[in-house]
Design a protein around this ligand. Structure first.
Ligand SMILES: Cc1cc2nc3c(=O)[nH]c(=O)nc-3n(C[C@H](O)[C@H](O)[C@H](O)COP(=O)(O)O)c2cc1C
Length: 179
């Protein structure tokens, strides 16, 4: 098996240090992050915008569209984890208007120097609408990182652990998969 992500790690080296950085608005991406944590033993870090998003959908959608179109990167509450100490970083987001939600985009952009050469594995939750290109968006925010294929799931999708396991195995993060 190869991948993770293309640059092979030397044999007998320490296991990769794994960070799972994610933004979730209504909890579905958070559930994916928790299953990933269970499967990989990675460290979870949840991102929060300093200014919470509106709770009503029309205002939320209007604000999100405005931020995406104007490339606005919202301020975030401080987080204790920096990507510098990690080898593989899972980055999670809801699919918002076919792309990465602005809080994750902000974190990626602000950390893009520290993310140089790191393996970034995107995962996202969606409702079956516009698929967009989440991995492509992560790649453009962090052009010096090694971005792998994205994992996508709907909130009500069953057997998340098995599906995530197949993806992790394909990415070379888990040598064999057992839930
Ligand atoms: C502002 C907004 C835009 C969205 N755009 C899309 C979209 O383009 N495609 C899609 O499949 N789902 C879209 N969704 C649905 C979310 O991706 C979906 O509900 C997701 O599971 C939410 O994840 P969360 O619970 O982690 O916030 C959108 C939701 C919101 C609130």
């Amino acid at each position: 098996m190869r991948a993770v992500y293309e640059t092979p790690r030397p044999e007998n080296c320490a296991p990769p240090r794994i960070l799972i950085a994610f933004y979730t608005y209504s909890g579905s991406t958070g559930k994916l992050a928790e299953v990933l944590q269970r499967l990989t033993g990675g460290t979870l870090t949840r991102l929060y915008p300093s200014q919470p998003y509106p709770s009503r959908f029309p205002e939320l959608l209007e604000q999100v569209r405005r931020e995406i179109h104007s490339h606005h990167y919202p301020r975030l509450l401080p987080v204790s984890e920096s990507p510098a100490g990690y080898d593989i970083i899972f980055v999670g987001t809801p699919n918002w208007c076919g792309t990465v939600a602005p809080p994750l985009a902000a974190w990626l952009r602000r950390n893009r120097t520290a993310l140089t050469g790191k393996v970034l594995l995107p995962f996202y939750s969606h409702c079956g609408g516009e698929p967009g290109d989440i991995a492509g968006a992560v790649r453009s925010l962090c052009p010096q990182a090694q971005v792998g294929p994205a994992f996508a799931a709907c909130p009500d999708e069953g057997d998340l652990a098995a599906k995530l396991g197949v993806w992790l195995t394909g990415c070379g993060v888990l040598p064999t998969f057992a839930v």
